[in-house]
Design a binder for this molecule. Structure first.
Ligand code: DGY
Length: 309
């Protein structure tokens, strides 16, 4: 029987299917990600690796752990995995698509609403004891109905965000590398811009100073995809200059974002700690898919959710 190294305590109970199938399972039980040296050591004898975005899986790791034939990444994104290096070594790579689409689209909308209606500021007014009498001209936010939402990357999550936007009577512009509204036009016309592209060399800093400059000075940027899609320094400068109206981010570059990072001192910014898929049901279903990939790989079968070459 095989050995599986599991880099975190993935929730929901599906991990138990690995020992139940007769395999040996070694789990990194700490709350913090496993450090690189320990990962290389602990996975040395593993036949499969169940990992996530905090684990870099590259040629060096696969050469140090030459028995690994399956890498099951917990997440729909897999920019932490060098897929070409894996495939070149005959290692299959899997991810966990679909099951997190709704949770992530919900969070994109929660960010959009929170920024549009200035929820963090309003909450601070209450918790800091500054809640005065009702003010007709106080706390004014932005309407969603009739506003234009630009969705960059209309894959599964982008499409789910578009469905939600229709329910809010928004006009939707969709732009992908394969068609739809060209990015410059989408940025210029949108009141809200929501990012849903994977992180690749082509999308790194897709939202740079020039892109931010194209946006309306009132526009709000929402990012639930990957932090490095946005040039953080350019975003900080744009927020300070009032070149855009605000940013609502579930992902940042770097991640985690230190509490003294200049992004947090920029005006009109709202940051969450990468919780797009963090619901009990979704995270449990992600474990089920990742374990399904592990078990298929160990059985010599194609992964049910294989990442293409
Ligand atoms: C993903 O799936 O890629 C998320 O970022 C982590 O849940």
């Amino acid at each position: 029987m095989a050995t599986v190294f599991v880099t975190r305590r993935y929730p929901g109970g599906a991990l138990a299917r690995i020992p139940a199938a007769g395999h040996t399972m070694d789990v990194w039980e700490e709350d913090q990600p496993i450090d690189r040296a320990t990962l290389l050591e602990r996975a040395r004898e593993a036949d499969a690796l169940l990992c996530t975005l905090t684990d870099t899986v590259d040629g060096e790791l696969l050469d140090a752990c030459p028995r690994i034939r399956t890498v099951a990444n917990y997440g729909v994104g897999y920019d932490n995995v060098d897929v070409a290096a894996a495939h070149a070594r005959g290692v299959a790579v899997g991810n966990t698509p679909d099951v997190l689409t709704d949770a992530t689209a919900d969070l994109a909308f929660a960010l959009l609403l929170a920024a549009a209606r200035r929820l963090p500021e309003s909450m601070a007014i209450v918790t800091e004891g500054r809640w005065g009498a009702f003010k007709p001209d106080g706390h004014l936010g932005r309407d969603l109905a009739g506003a234009t939402l630009g969705i960059v990357g209309a894959g599964r999550i982008g499409a789910a965000v578009a469905r939600r936007a229709a329910g809010f009577d928004m006009e939707v512009l969709e732009g992908t590398s394969r068609g739809g509204t060209p990015l410059p036009e989408l940025l210029e016309r949108s009141d809200f811009v929501s990012l849903h592209v994977p992180l690749t060399p082509a999308t790194r800093h897709l939202i740079d100073a020039a892109a931010l400059e194209r946006m309306k000075p009132t526009a709000i940027l929402v990012n639930t995809a990957r932090g490095p899609i946005v040039d953080t320094d350019a975003l900080i400068a744009a927020l300070h200059a009032g070149a855009i109206g605000g940013a609502a981010l579930d992902v940042t570059d770097p991640e985690p974002l230190p509490a003294d990072h200049p992004l947090l001192a920029a005006p009109n910014v709202l940051v969450l700690p990468h919780v797009g898929s963090a619901t009990t049901r979704t995270r449990g279903r992600m474990t089920e898919l990742a374990v399904g990939n592990v078990l298929a790989g160990l059985a010599g079968e194609p992964l049910p959710h294989a990442v293409p070459a």
